[in-house]
Design a protein around this ligand. Structure first.
Ligand SMILES: Cc1cc2nc3c(=O)[nH]c(=O)nc-3n(C[C@H](O)[C@H](O)[C@H](O)COP(=O)(O)OP(=O)(O)OC[C@H]3O[C@@H](n4cnc5c(N)ncnc54)[C@H](O)[C@@H]3O)c2cc1C
Length: 520
């Protein structure tokens, strides 16, 4: 029996009332803030303009980390905070975060002691939430862990530990956690204007992107958590607001696992442009990135530059044998960093000098803008935001419970297969039709996961299913495109739509997926 869950959600979102908190944006920042508010007992609505995690939050390097790179920059307090959050998230969502060993290969005599000392400090800063002690490996041990490292000139390496996760699945898990605590969330609901009374922001107008109808919602506090788009919302309040952000893009390529067999990632601590480069095993493939290229404006589907792909492949090829080439790339994806301009910057500075920490700014009209930070620190960002929102909105000031909160699907002993991301829901997902029917020979997913995504995770399009409920688009863009007609048929069947609708969905998805493939 087809069942479209959207009408009930829309009704819940638009029932006349004044919400305690309205959150605009359903990425890491918005979902983290919404969970923080709902778990403190505040009546909370979240509006997402596209799909949850459509923006940067599905396009990360997939690391839950303190940021070794920020340690090198001397930003100890930022690293300490992120390491604490890493440890908390590891406990709060063991089905989505796991420990991963990172090998820093040493080809120079000084590299071993130099990086070894830095990584000992990293261990120390993590305190009792450390995931494992870093250690020096000799050449034989390093090659035993990563047999594709180029052996010529290799002296050994440092092994250290960080966390790894599935970013879009964590976003969906936060959505479910939010709903479990009474929150209401709606995707495909872009905010198109703010309601202001007597100089104060008291709500927002949003458009239902599926019908074109506009609705008004009112709230005691409005949080703008729209990532690289925060300035658009700020300008809805004050058309001449100075931009806060200077976006920069980061590209990743995904290649076959044989380029990095074994259980650990590698981290190249210094590339030609002074960044770090990661090659990380993920869902049976390898993610390699990233870059840092300033972009003039934010788009929902940023495109990689030819030179960014060349840079990633040539840098990886200096350390790995065989070296991955363009024809080995199964998918390429691009994320935009919401880098916050410092108060002093006039907008002309390079992005490397901008803050990586999060910023909460409250306008004269009371609009709370949260941006910057990183996935790893989403919980802390939400906590800080609600701490500011409560007095502003005249709400009871309550203590946070999120440091120990089990996220939706939490299970003591997560499984060790691709169903792991569902945690305690895995058996229910497997009970749906199609659990034994693979979507595509080159993808690890089954039809049941698509049905689950539509029924319980707010998926509305083939893109939602293949890019974020499953990660097919990122793992293998061509294979995901081939499976789009089947995904569209399942979606149409679940929602009660006709064959023409499914055909349009397929075409839209296949157009999108072309942007994730390199021309051969
Ligand atoms: C290349 C790269 C790699 C990264 N790797 C890591 C990593 O490995 N680990 C880590 O911890 N962090 C990482 N980060 C940082 C992390 O991914 C980001 O800090 C985080 O995802 C930002 O989340 P956000 O919610 O602020 O923004 P977004 O995820 O962009 O969310 C903003 C949301 O707002 C919505 N929106 C926009 N306009 C409107 C509107 N008018 N109405 C309603 N909704 C709207 C958008 O659709 C979007 O979903 C990385 C970042 C980049 C760029």
């Amino acid at each position: 029996m087809p069942h479209d869950p959207r009408s009930a959600l829309l009704a819940a979102a638009t029932t006349p009332q004044t919400w305690d908190i309205l959150v605009i944006g359903g990425g890491a920042s918005g979902l983290g803030t919404a969970v923080e508010a709902a778990t403190r007992g505040h009546r909370t609505l979240l509006l997402e303009g596209h799909d949850y995690a459509k923006g940067t939050s599905s396009r990360s390097t997939k690391l839950v980390h303190g940021g070794v790179r920020y340690l090198a920059q001397g930003n100890v307090s930022l690293v300490r905070e992120a390491l604490r959050e890493r440890g908390l998230l590891r406990k709060n969502a063991p089905h989505l975060v796991h420990d991963l060993g990172f090998l820093v290969p040493a080809y120079d005599w000084w590299a071993g002691p130099f990086y070894g000392i830095g990584l000992k400090l990293y261990d120390l800063l993590a305190g009792k939430l450390n995931l494992g002690s870093s250690k020096y490996l000799d050449k034989t041990e390093a090659l035993a862990r990563t047999s594709t490292l180029k052996p010529d000139g290799l002296r050994g390496g440092i092994l250290y530990f960080d966390g790894q996760f599935d970013d879009a699945r964590l976003a969906i898990t936060l959505l479910r956690t939010f709903e479990d605590h009474g929150g209401v969330a709606l995707n495909y609901a872009p905010v198109v204007g703010l309601i202001q009374e007597e100089g104060k922001v008291v709500g927002a107008r949003f458009r239902d992107a599926e019908t074109g109808h506009e609705h008004e919602v009112r709230a005691r506090a409005v949080v703008n958590a729209t990532g690289v788009w925060v300035d658009d919302i700020r300008r809805m309040e004050k058309p001449d607001a100075e931009p806060m952000l200077s976006p920069s893009q980061g590209v990743h390529v995904v290649v076959d696992r044989h380029f990095l067999p074994g259980d650990n990632a590698i981290m190249i601590p210094r590339t030609d442009d002074g960044r770090v480069l990661f090659a990380v095993p993920w869902h049976g493939s390898v993610v390699i990135g990233t870059t840092d290229t300033p972009v003039p404006q934010a788009s929902f589907e940023p495109r990689p530059l030819e030179e960014e792909i060349a840079f990633i492949l040539s840098t990886a090829g200096r350390y790995l044998s065989p070296a991955p080439t363009k024809s080995d790339v199964r998918s390429v994806y691009v994320g935009l960093r919401p880098l916050v301009k410092s108060e002093q910057t006039d907008g002309a500075g390079s992005t490397a000098s901008l803050s990586r920490d999060h910023i909460i700014r409250i306008s004269d009209g009371g609009l709370i803008t949260l941006t910057g930070g990183k996935w790893t620190t989403y919980r802390r960002m939400g906590e800080d935001t609600i701490n500011r929102a409560e007095p502003l909105a005249g709400l009871a000031q309550r203590l946070t419970v999120t440091p120990g909160l089990h996220l939706h699907g939490w299970s003591e002993e997560p499984r060790d297969d691709h169903w792991r991301v569902y945690g305690s829901d895995a058996a229910q997902v497997q009970s749906l039709p199609g659990a034994g029917t693979p979507l595509h020979p080159d993808l690890p997913y089954t039809e049941a996961e698509l049905r689950w995504g539509v029924r319980f995770e707010g998926a509305r399009t083939v893109e939602d299913l293949l890019a974020r409920r499953t990660r097919a688009l990122l793992l293998n863009a061509r294979a995901s495109s081939e499976t789009a007609p089947r995904a569209a048929a399942i979606l149409a069947e679940e929602l009660g739509r006709d064959a023409a609708w499914a055909e349009l969905q397929t075409q839209l998805y296949q157009d999108l997926a072309r942007g994730y493939q390199l021309p051969s």
